[in-house]
Design a protein around this ligand. Sequence first.
Ligand SMILES: Nc1ncnc2c1ncn2[C@@H]1O[C@H](COP(=O)(O)OP(=O)(O)O)[C@@H](O)[C@H]1O
Ligand SMILES: [Mg+2]
Length: 261
Amino acid sequence: MPLRVLVAGKGGVGKTTVSALLSFFLASKGKSVLAIDTDSVPNLAMALGLPPERASSIVPLVRNEKLIEERTGARPGQGWGVFFRLNPRVDDIVDSYGIRVADGISLLVVGSIDSAKQGCLCPSIALGKALLKHVMLEEDTAVVVDAEAGAEVFGRGLAENFDHMLCVTEPTVKSLDISKKLIRMGMELGIRRTSLIVNKFRGGDSLRERILSSFPDLDVHFVPFDESFIEAEIEGRGVQSYSRDSPGVKALVSAFTRIFG
Ligand SMILES: Nc1ncnc2c1ncn2[C@@H]1O[C@H](COP(=O)(O)OP(=O)(O)O)[C@@H](O)[C@H]1O
Ligand SMILES: [Mg+2]
């Protein structure tokens, strides 16, 4: 069964950490995983274990001017009044630009395809969207998309291709409120299943109950605040170096097992 997972949430809540750990989890279950970074500040590469210098030297595909011009017929930033191909050729891109980061895991750094933010439907967004649409059709690949914000940036025609949205949140009023909106948008756009990951949780039972009661019909999982994640981040280490016994990894693996089997 193909699996397309959108990992959404506001900045800093833990999307990249969750995406990277999920990629390793799925790979350990024998899936061939394509991890895709569509954040405007991409850092999935380092989380997946690429050395920091190597990770920071990757040019996101939507910033690759030569590729965009070659495929769409127009340069990035051009859009208004300029003709460009809305359906550029993308079928070879995973092979040529995918980075093998571990056994069973390839990474594609796409960059942000948020047209609202870019202000126009420019050639780079057309390329990014065509590429995502294409990889979603790959039969034997599990796709994990580390996305800035929610499903709305993908729009109709693309968002509904996700089987699952993992909405990552911190247990703060503000983050939970944003999550509620992201979850609603995901559902409106046709994403079939949604789970909420309450990350960096440090509250007690009463906060847990309060959160559960404000998301009554949702599949909710709690992941404790884990000091070792911060240490790894400081040292520029990827998630493959995290101890399987650390409380954060344990909680996430148990959540993934319940969600994805
Ligand atoms: N459960 C957790 N406990 C402690 N720190 C965490 C946890 N999850 C993520 N972090 C840390 O929070 C920061 C932001 O995480 P990141 O995954 O980059 O978020 P995002 O991709 O949503 O911006 C990183 O320093 C990361 O190590
Ligand atoms: Mg991130």
